[in-house]
Design a protein around this ligand. Structure first.
Ligand code: S3P
Length: 450
């Protein structure tokens, strides 16, 4: 999986109205966690709506390597027969997490308090990403990490044989780091405490509670204080994975900028720690409605309806919203390029250490398509000249980053001339049905080397 698939150049042509129902796949964050927690309890966890993208399939393979039985029953339907907290066996080979930072970091946490050794690797993108943010707190439990310079993969983790619980204040707003510490805390005796100054996605906390762990969350002056009691006996669950708001963002944003569009995206997870993009779009003047709001599997869910919105204005995105929309800034910048005025995005330095440096990747590709972008270390600003103003006609590099690839394909749908990306293959990590789904709505994406 860490090898290179052949690049697939894609071109997105200006499209007619986008209309219809967009059934987006299951949530990537929830899917990883369902497999990992399923593997950490004795008995059978049944999952429906699992995202069958490359990232999650890599996590499924990893759970098998650590001794769990993981079986696909049908489309999105999976069964995990877990080994229990502390029951992971030592994998016989290297764990290849592909493109998935979430998979790599969460699995490192999950194995770090067992007396086993595992070596992790991934594709060129994942091998360039910082892992010290995870291995530093894991060292407090007693685990040791041996990686490349700068804490990069490939990396070997030697799990703690006598783990101690940890109290850890997150230095960066990262749900992956928080989750790695909590998963490590599962096999440490006593209470592990994680403190986060800003709330990041809380799927791990919700799911741990669902599996029967003793976990409490207090809002204090220090921030959110999460206390987990170690060595619980987790009880197997039935998990219905909600559809991914980060994937829904693409058809929603495309509908907002392509004239005449009206798209319904049903059953989207709207956990408040994930819904920042939709609040921001509404602040810009988007015609975006939540219909049929309900709760499914412990997560709030609604149908999203997005209609063409020619009157959107640029705004200053509240920086305190960053964690709740961190993966959505690339597609927001595409909407901003089609709005009127400047959209300023501050407090987003984390974008530089995602699957790619997302500020740099978007800034270059937007400029190549005639859009004005300014940037600093932890901020960027996009100036839009209103509907239909993006020239297009340029080439953008996807840099092994699914969200960059999909963002530029959406840009092309509303530009004056087609937008080309050098490689659409990474889309399969999180949204394997992106091309047929968008084509079904009326988009025109063609694979250039066909
Ligand atoms: C994720 C957390 C975020 C996000 C990533 C998924 C998760 O990363 O960007 O796509 O599932 O926990 P950070 O934890 O690095 O902020």
């Amino acid at each position: 999986m860490s090898g290179h698939a052949a690049p697939i150049s894609m071109t997105s042509r200006p499209a007619g109205p986008l209309r219809g129902v967009a059934d987006v796949p299951g949530d990537k964050s929830v899917s990883h966690r369902a497999l990992i927690l399923g593997a950490l309890c004795v008995g059978e966890t049944h999952i429906t709506g699992l995202l069958e993208g490359e990232d999650v399939l890599a996590t499924a393979a990893a759970m098998r390597a650590f001794g769990a039985e993981v079986e696909r029953l049908g489309e999105g339907e999976w069964r995990v027969h877990g080994v229990g907290v502390g029951g992971f066996q030592e994998p016989e080979d290297v764990i290849d997490c592909g493109n998935a930072g979430t998979g790599a970091r969460l699995i490192m946490g999950a194995m770090a308090t067992s007396p086993i050794t595992a070596t992790f690797t991934g594709d060129a993108s994942l091998r360039s990403r910082p892992m010290a943010r995870v291995t530093e707190p894991l060292a407090l439990f007693g685990a040791r990490a041996y990686g490349r310079a700068g804490g990069r993969l490939p990396m070997t983790i030697v799990g703690a044989s006598a783990p101690v619980p940890v109290r850890y204040a997150l230095p960066v707003a990262s749900a992956q780091v928080k989750s790695a510490v909590l998963l490590a805390g599962l096999n440490a005796p006593g209470e592990t405490v994680v403190i986060e100054r800003v709330a990041t996605r809380d799927h791990t906390e919700r799911m741990l509670a669902g599996f029967g762990a003793e976990i409490r969350v207090e809002e204090t002056e220090e921030g959110r204080v999460i206390t987990l009691t170690g060595q619980p006996e987790l009880k197997p669950q039935r998990i219905a994975v909600p559809r991914d708001p980060s994937s829904a963002a693409f058809p929603v944003c495309a509908a907002l900028i392509v004239p005449g569009s009206d798209v319904l995206v049903p059953g989207i997870g709207l956990n408040p720690t994930r819904a920042g993009l939709f609040a921001t779009l509404r602040d810009m003047g988007a015609d975006l409605a939540y219909e049929n709001e309900r709760e499914e599997g412990g997560e709030p869910v609604a149908d999203l309806r997005a209609r063409y919105s020619p009157d959107m204005q640029g705004i200053e995105v509240p920086p305190e919203r960053a964690a709740s929309m961190i993966d959505e800034y690339p597609i927001l910048s595409v909407v901003a390029a089609n709005a009127t005025g400047e959209t300023v995005m501050r407090g987003v330095g984390e974008l530089r250490v995602k699957e790619s440096d997302r500020i740099d990747a978007m800034a270059r590709g937007l400029r190549a398509n005639g859009v004005e972008v300014e940037e600093g270390e932890d901020w960027w600003a996009v100036t839009g000249a209103g509907p239909g103003s993006v020239a297009g006609g340029g080439l953008a590099e996807a840099r092994l980053d699914h969200r960059i690839a999909m963002s530029f394909l959406v840009l092309g749908m509303a530009a004056q001339a087609p937008v080309r990306i050098d490689d659409g293959a990474p889309v399969a990590t999180s949204f394997p049905v992106f091309e047929p789904l968008m084509a079904g709505l009326g988009a025109q994406i063609v694979r250039a080397n066909r």
